[in-house]
Each structure stands twice: as structure tokens, then as C-alpha cells.
Ligand binder design. Sequence first.
Ligand code: ADP
Ligand code: MG
Length: 245
Amino acid sequence: ISQQLSHRGAARSVAGMASVLAHEIKNPLSGIRGSAQLLEQEVGESDKELTRLICEETDRICALVDQMEVFSNNRPIVPEHINIHLVLEHVRKLAQNGFAKGVTFKEFYDPSIPSARGDKGQLIQVFLNLIKNAAEAVPGAGGEIILTTAYRHGVRVAVPGSSERMHLPLEICVMDNGPGIADDLKPHLFDPFVTTKTNGTGLGLALVAKIVGDHGGIIECDSIKEKKGGGTLFRVLLPSYKGQG
Ligand code: ADP
Ligand code: MG
């Protein structure tokens, strides 16, 4: 009985609901995928394309469900002193060993920047999503991602849900030499389910915007001028611990 009760309790919140749904959707999906894989060994060459399609599409639903779960998980941020360079290097290594193997990374870090006031796990998610998009946008040959950090003597803003007023002086930029973002897409860029990719979920930037907002930070997107090589720039401003009060 107690298990049932706690189960219902979890499902009452949006996050709990998403988590239960995710579980219920992914179980039969893995059954479908497994069966399609078995079928692939049985069918002739001409039908293998179909079984592969089933696998790809079930993978896509899985990714969507995963992101929906993360997105609706309203975990409050647990702020601590974060060395943003360690976060960026962690994500860069993940990227270079995984989805961004052929991409050249360049870093221009300001070694004197203070700690960010942030939630490490959630900030990793932010830069993972931004760098994943950059890696998906750059050309197969000559793809380049530039990461920069700087300390800006910025404005003071209120931190959501807190009486503290913070500086927002940490600026982290993720730049790429991809095709840039069309002007008509820009106003909707951070909305959920906005995607131009056949296999996209459109939840990456929505999640990024939510996390940055929860931190009391700001995110902006800019196109890089043609004469500087073109591409996209995402600028994240995060509160630091320096000058707090
Ligand atoms: P997804 O990656 O699943 O499509 P996102 O929310 O991460 O969803 O991104 C939404 C859309 O924004 C992408 O489909 C793409 O059109 C555009 N976009 C995001 N980042 C970049 C980038 N660095 N260069 C070009 N387009 C981008
Ligand atoms: Mg994405």
C-alpha cells in the first residue's frame, strides 16, 4: 500500500507525471526496438531499410521522452561556488570523445574570473546542449567551436525567488562556424519543440533558457558577421560570487 501511495504522490506533480510517463513509454519502446533488431537479421536486404527506420524512430521517441522528463523536472537549483572553466572543460571532453569528434575546439579563457553562483549539474547540461547544437551546425570538414569566458562589470539584477541582488558579470560564449540562424527562427529559438532538424526534439534550447533563467542569468543569441566567418554565437551571463551584497 505504501508503495502505491508514494507512487501516486510522485505522479501528482508535473515532474513526477513526466517521470512515470517516461517509464511507461520507454518500456514498450525498448520492446519494439528489440523486436525490430531481431527482425533485421531475418529479413532480406530490401526490408532492412524498414527495420532500421523502426529503430531510428524509436530512438527518436526515446530521446524526446528523456528530454521531456528533464525539462519538466522542476528541481530547484542548488547554488555553490562553480569554477566555470572546469565545467566547460568537462563538457568539451565529453563532446570531443562523443558527438563532436571531428570538430576543432578553441578556448579563450580569462583565468582571473571569479566563481559562478550555480548548480554544477545543471550548468553542465546548459553547455552540453549549446555545444551539441554547435557541433550539429558546423560543417563536417573544418568545423570549429570557440569557447570564451570573460569577467564583465555588469548590471545588478534580482535573483528569482530570493531577496539577494547579484552581479551578472560572468560571460561565457559558445561560437561556431555553422550556417547561423535564420532571422525568422530567432524569436522562437528558446520555445519548446521548435526544431529545424529531422531528428530534433526542439527541447535543448528551451531547457538551456529555463536553467539560465533559474540561475538569474541571461542568454542571448547572435549571428556572427559574414566578414568574421559567419556562424552563431550564444552568450550566457551568470551571476558570480564576487561583489555580492
Ligand atoms: P534541436 O537541437 O533538437 O533541434 P534545440 O532547442 O537545441 O533543438 O535547437 C532548436 C533549433 O535552433 C535547432 O533545430 C536549430 O535550427 C537552431 N539552432 C540551435 N543552435 C544552433 C547553432 N549553433 N547553429 C545553427 N542553428 C542552431
Ligand atoms: Mg539541440
